[in-house]
Design a protein around this ligand. Structure first.
Ligand code: 0O2
Length: 205
């Protein structure tokens, strides 16, 4: 069996991810109890696979070490929070920023700054201080995580576009790119309408 690129930190990495996930889930539960509606529709998470992390180290010109994987690369831990409504994305962002020991390192707002292909999502890189040793040998340690936040509509578009990216020998790639962009924009317009409907329902109550 090939040894994990995360080496002696593999188990800790899992613990750090679990702490983060538990905190986000607890917030969702408390909102549900208070408002009857959770903060998100679903949450998925993963530790980047060994092969994928090794490939990324090489692509970035880094040695394939635990230090590269946990210190120089920031998405060994990856979470995706899929929300029903646009406003919920920002509710979750505020909650994440308030997690004790969490510092935001980078934010990419592909909702305001839509990628040319139509991709929409809010990406955050956070640094977490935890009571475990990190890849520099320090305790408390620091670990990074990438969190992607999207609506259900953005998520369904990204999943289908991701699948189709790997299809080669497409006869008319320009048309496909144009149509994908059109679908992304139509879905974005639906997100705005659904948010408006929700606001109307809430003001009526
Ligand atoms: P996976 O398996 O999803 O983790 P880098 O992280 O340095 O390689 P960059 O450009 O700094 O790349 O990161 P960025 O823009 O924050 O995007 C990284 C992740 O966002 C991707 O991860 C995708 O999950 C998602 N993403 C970004 N752009 C697109 C897009 O056009 N279409 C879709 N479907 N997803 C996108 P990876 O690298 O795919 O790996």
């Amino acid at each position: 069996m090939t040894e994990s690129i995360y080496g002696a930190y593999a188990e800790t990495l899992q613990q750090v991810m679990n702490r983060l996930v538990d905190s986000i889930k607890a917030y969702n539960t408390s909102r549900k109890e208070k408002n009857g509606e959770g903060a998100y529709e679903h949450l998925i998470y993963r530790i980047k696979s060994n092969d994928s992390m090794m490939e990324k180290c090489t692509r970035k010109g880094l040695p394939q070490t635990a230090h590269s994987a946990l210190w120089d690369i920031h998405d060994a831990i990856g979470l995706r929070i899929v929300c029903c409504f646009l406003d919920d994305i920002y509710v979750n962002i505020d909650n994440i920023k308030a997690i004790p020991g969490c510092r935001v390192v980078e934010e990419k707002d592909y909702i305001k700054n839509v990628k040319p292909n139509g991709y929409r999502s809010y990406h955050m890189i956070i640094e977490l201080e935890v009571p475990y040793e990190d890849a520099n040998g320090d305790t408390p340690g620091h670990y990074f995580a990438e969190i992607q936040l999207r609506t259900i509509a953005m998520d369904s578009w990204a999943s289908l576009e991701h699948q189709m990216k790997y299809k080669h020998n497409i006869k008319n790639p320009e048309l496909i790119v144009r149509e994908l962009k059109r679908c992304a924009d139509e879905l974005a317009s639906c997100d705005v309408s659904m948010q408006t409907i929700r606001n109307l329902i809430h003001t009526d109550q």
